[in-house]
Design a protein around this ligand. Sequence first.
Ligand SMILES: C[S@@+](CC[C@H](N)C(=O)[O-])C[C@H]1O[C@@H](n2cnc3c(N)ncnc32)[C@H](O)[C@@H]1O
Length: 276
Amino acid sequence: MKNYLKSDKVNDKLNNFWNTCKSYYDVMGSTEDFKKEIFYKEMQKLLGIKDSVIEIGCGDATKLRAFDNGKRKLCGIDLSRIAIQKARDKIKRGKFKISNIEKLPYKDNSFDFVYSAYVFEHLNNPEKVLSEMIRISKKYVCVLCPNFGSPLYKSPPNKDGIITNALRKFLRYFLYTFKKPIHINWLKVQPILNKPYEPDFDATCEPDILNLRYYLISKGLKEVKVSSGWEHPLSSRPTLLNMIRAPFKMLGRMRIYPFSYMGPFCFVIFEKTKVS
Ligand SMILES: C[S@@+](CC[C@H](N)C(=O)[O-])C[C@H]1O[C@@H](n2cnc3c(N)ncnc32)[C@H](O)[C@@H]1O
């Protein structure tokens, strides 16, 4: 397998982890669970019966399988060999590649729908992956991941306290009012790889939906759907943190800026208007 990752220790450890941890893919949920998700329904609405679909960082294809109607061309790419073996078992007619997604081995404008789910929080160079996704898409580009860049959320490796985290990220949002970002500049975090694995201990950065939205607009793509997932059941679980978040959620659900962008998820679908 060709490895494009920088060979520093953290990248080697992460790479090794995804390639050896068999149980990692057991906690991803099921295809049936994914089909109940609001995000799946939004994606499915845009897909034609015979459209070609690719999942970038497909893991074991749990999500990709949800789009299998027997007629669509389904492809997936991931650097984990164990994941791709499982994916090939799940979708026999699917086409899978083992590779780093920073350089996608496909021609320009190859797929109708190019999406990625729960991968961007693990990347070293999200902008590179996004520009590759845009390049190989002929219609839609879609990203789904946690909105760890929200002032109301943070990734497990982020050691800031709740208030410091909120202030730091509110300041970023405030600065966007004066200067819209044209690059992805998400906060970086150091993944926790020396403890028993828990979800997103392997995060390397904190995706920020607002930054992502401005970036895609700056690339000339048209907004189709942008949601920070305030309507998702996760934000209604009765926890202390959700009680603190409740007033912001109310403002967000009223679509008041910037609170509408502060929910738990980063879900965007953009359309390529010009096919180069
Ligand atoms: C949390 S899993 C998500 C898998 C799948 N998308 C899902 O939602 O079920 C993250 C996946 O991203 C892959 N990944 C992370 N960085 C990658 C990279 N630079 N190139 C290729 N795959 C990568 C990992 O191998 C892992 O399978």
